[in-house]
Design a protein around this ligand. Sequence first.
Ligand code: APR
Length: 235
Amino acid sequence: MKNITVLTGAGISAESGIRTFRDSDGLWENHRVEDVASPQGFAKNPVLVWDFYKARYQQSLDAEPNPAHYALTRLEEHFGDSFNLITQNVDGLHIRAGNTRVYEMHGRLAMAFCSSCRSKTATSELDFSQKIPICTTCGGNMRADIVWFGEIPYYLYEIDEILKNTDFLLILGTSGVVYPAAGFVMTAKIFGATTIAVNLEEPENRRYLDEFYPGKCGELVPQIVDKLIQNYGGR
Ligand code: APR
C-alpha cells in the first residue's frame, strides 16, 4: 500500500465560508494578526483576544465541510493507516467531515488551556459569563488552544516521520508562506515522495512541486482523490 500524506491550509476551508489569511491583506477577520495571535497580544488585551476566538469558534461551528473535506475522508477510508492528514487549520472541519488521522499542528478552536497550569478544557465547557474564562483547577486565565506566532507547532516529530515515509504529499489550499509547514514539501521530496499541490494561486514553494493544479479545492480535490484510489487501490 502506498503512503499518502495530505497537508492542508486555509484555502480548503474557503468554500466553507471561512476566510483565508493571505487573501485578507494579512488581517485575520479584520484584526492585525499580531494583536490576536501572539502571546504579547494576549498579555496586552486578553478580552479582545477572547472576543475574537469566541467569534472564530462560533464561525467554525456554523460552517459545514465542503466536497474537498469529504474527498479526504474517502481517501482515509481507502488507505487506512497509510493515510495521514496534517492541517494548519484550526476550524475542526476535517474531523467534522470524518477524518480521524488528523494532526492539527496549529491547534484547534474547540479546545482551550490554562495559561498557568496548562490544563485543557473544551471551549464549549468554558464559563463565558466572565470576560476572560478562568481555569477551574488553578484560577489562571484560560486561552484558546491555538499555536500563536512565536510558539512551536504541535506534532513536529510525528510529522517529520510521516513526511520521510510518504510516497505522495498532497498540498491543498496553502500559500506556502508560513514555516515550518511551508518546508514540509522539501522533506517529503528529499525522501523521494511525489509532491502535488492544488491552490488558487501558485504557492511560494512551487519549485519543490512535481505537479501543480491551479484552481479550487472543492472542484479539484475530489478528482485527484478518485485518481489516487483508482491507481493505488487501497481497500
Ligand atoms: N481552493 C484552493 N485554494 C484556495 C481557495 C480555494 N477555494 N481559496 C483560497 N485559496 C488559496 C489562496 O490563493 C492562498 O494561496 O489558499 C491559500 C491560503 O493561504 P493562506 O491564507 O496563507 O493560508 P495558510 O497557507 O493556511 O496560512 C498558513 O498562516 O497566519 C497563519 O497560522 C495561520 O495556519 C495559518 C498559516
